[in-house]
Write a protein that binds this ligand. Structure first.
Ligand code: ZN
Length: 519
């Protein structure tokens, strides 16, 4: 027979009075159980949910968001937080102080949002995602426009609640939800530096006399065989399949449900083996971070949570780009793949794969873009979403503004909105302020990589031998284990010895691409 709480354990618990900080932690843990139910429902919505189940799912998620929000903003919770902050016995407990600093931060933001607004956002965005999906399929912007109007309006209402007299900028208020402490002016400065070096590099490389072959991107490999191989690589780099899954979805993602449950998805095409593996490595990077966070000890507490989306994305980009597009990785992975898929890849050489994994070719689609042009996609979205939020750009004018920018920045003509402003899910989710974290992730990843290379001089050899344990151990120690103990800029300084800049990213990209495209 199995009982949850053996009687002796219960009495022991009851006999020991708990302070406000313990009660606060217990409250956070319980609230997180509700939030994790929402995470399972969201995963299901992306992978399994029948079309007609959308209405019910919208109501379920809306109710859960409201419950979570009300628990996080209750009077009792506020009182426990204040008592914990005043608790002298915690004054020298550095972990508790960091935890309380972040709990306070989240609480002060949450109480600014009326629970009716939180509920309305959850319900509207679930329906809006569904509408976006249909509109995107038919490339019919007019079917999505009314939803986008609503969602931008809700984002604006939310930003107005969150903005303060000291920090009145509406976009900053939204950005802060994804990248705590970041602000628009700082991003504009980093992005301007980045563009200054990126634009000439892209120009030189795309105009170079020597171009790399994309033949390998047309080789067909049966999807079932790819699935087995992708799972094998995810496990090899360290993803724990007893505490996670890898499934298929149209848009790959990673959902951290809780300790012991991290869910990844990827996507396959017969002629897309190399793309699928990139996307699997990307999501696995997110998954390794989720599995490395100390959630067992700190469920629902900041100490068990990811720092920011930029740091989360740095983990995925590091595995996708810095590992997965390196010569060393393919020294190990190509013979493995050749054995698995024989004879499909028999005549493929290491240099051919390396060149094809590092092709630079402006693409209409963000998620299919190379490491260099990708960031131009982000800057474009960053500018357009700020303009929509401020009202400078009317939703109805979005397709024209989008198409103009794609022409100016990438030199491409957008043939339809499906491959234009309807390609991403984010705006339908009300996630204005999310996009810049992708580029921050690229920059953080490159800066971490520089430090990793000096800390682990044998890394190229171990990657070429298919041994990823030293790299994962470094990430666990320097990034994962800390949860939100440090802010993103602090974590960056601690791990790399310098504040974030575009230099490491540009140096690494130029160092790789210029020789690849040299005559
Ligand atoms: Zn990602």
């Amino acid at each position: 027979m199995w009982t949850k709480h053996p009687p002796n354990c219960m009495s022991e618990r009851e006999s020991k009075p708990r302070g406000p900080y313990d009660e606060l932690r217990a409250e956070l843990r319980e609230t997180d159980l509700f939030a994790s139910i929402g995470a399972v429902l969201s995963w299901d919505q992306e992978t399994m949910l029948p079309d007609r189940g959308t209405g019910l799912r919208a109501e379920q998620l809306a109710l859960l968001s409201q419950v979570v929000h009300e628990r996080r903003t209750s009077e009792r919770f506020g009182a426990l937080l204040a008592e914990s902050e005043a608790d002298e016995s915690l004054r020298d407990d550095e972990l508790a102080r960091a935890n309380l600093r972040e709990i306070r931060r989240s609480y002060d933001q949450a109480i600014k949002l009326p629970s009716s607004l939180v509920r309305e956002i959850a319900e509207t965005t679930t329906l809006s995602i569904h509408a976006w999906r249909g509109a995107r399929e038919k490339s019919d912007f007019s079917a999505f426009a009314p939803w986008l109007e609503k969602v931008v309006g809700l984002d604006r209402a939310k930003a107005e609640c969150l903005a303060t007299e000291d920090a009145p900028d509406l976009y900053d208020a939204l950005l802060d939800q994804y990248e705590p402490g970041a602000d628009t002016a700082e991003l504009v400065a980093v992005f301007t530096d980045l563009r200054k070096r990126l634009a000439p590099l892209i120009h030189d490389v795309t105009g170079a006399a020597r171009q790399r072959s994309d033949r390998v991107h047309r080789i067909e490999v049966p999807i079932e065989a790819q699935k087995a191989f992708n799972a094998k690589v995810a496990a090899r780099v360290g993803f724990d399949f007893e505490a996670g899954r890898l499934d298929t979805s149209t848009h790959p993602f990673c959902q951290g449900v809780g300790p012991g449950d991290t869910r990844l998805t990827t996507r396959y095409r017969e002629d897309g083996f190399f793309d699928a593996l990139s996307s699997t490595l990307h999501e696995t990077g997110h998954g390794l971070y989720e599995q490395g966070l100390p959630k067992d000890r700190y469920l629902g507490e900041p100490l068990g949570d990811p720092v920011s989306l930029g740091i989360h994305e740095s983990q995925s980009r590091l595995w996708e780009n810095l590992v997965g597009r390196s010569r060393e990785f393919w020294k190990w992975a190509l013979p493995e793949a050749q054995r698995e898929f024989s004879p499909a890849l028999d005549d493929v050489a290491l240099e051919e794969v390396y060149g094809a994994m590092n092709l630079v070719q402006p693409n209409l689609i963000r998620v299919d873009s190379d490491e260099a042009t990708y960031n131009l996609h982000i800057m474009l979205r960053f500018d357009l979403e700020r303009a929509m939020l401020s009202g400078d750009l009317a939703v109805a004018d979005l397709p024209a503004a989008w198409n103009d920018r794609i022409k100016t920045d990438l030199g491409l003509d957008v043939p339809d909105d499906r491959r234009g402003c309807l390609q991403d899910v984010h705006w339908s989710m009300g996630s204005i302020g999310y996009f810049p974290t992708y580029t921050l992730g690229n920059l953080y990843a490159a800066q971490l990589w520089l430090r990793i290379q000096s800390d682990l001089p044998d890394l190229p050899d171990s990657i070429a031998a298919g041994d990823f344990t030293p790299l994962l151990a470094w990430l666990r120690r320097e990034i994962h284990v800390h949860g939100r103990r440090y802010t993103a800029p602090e974590l960056c300084e601690r791990a790399t010895g310098a504040p974030l800049s575009a230099d490491a990213f540009m140096n690494s990209l130029e160092g790789k691409l210029r020789p690849l495209y040299a005559a």
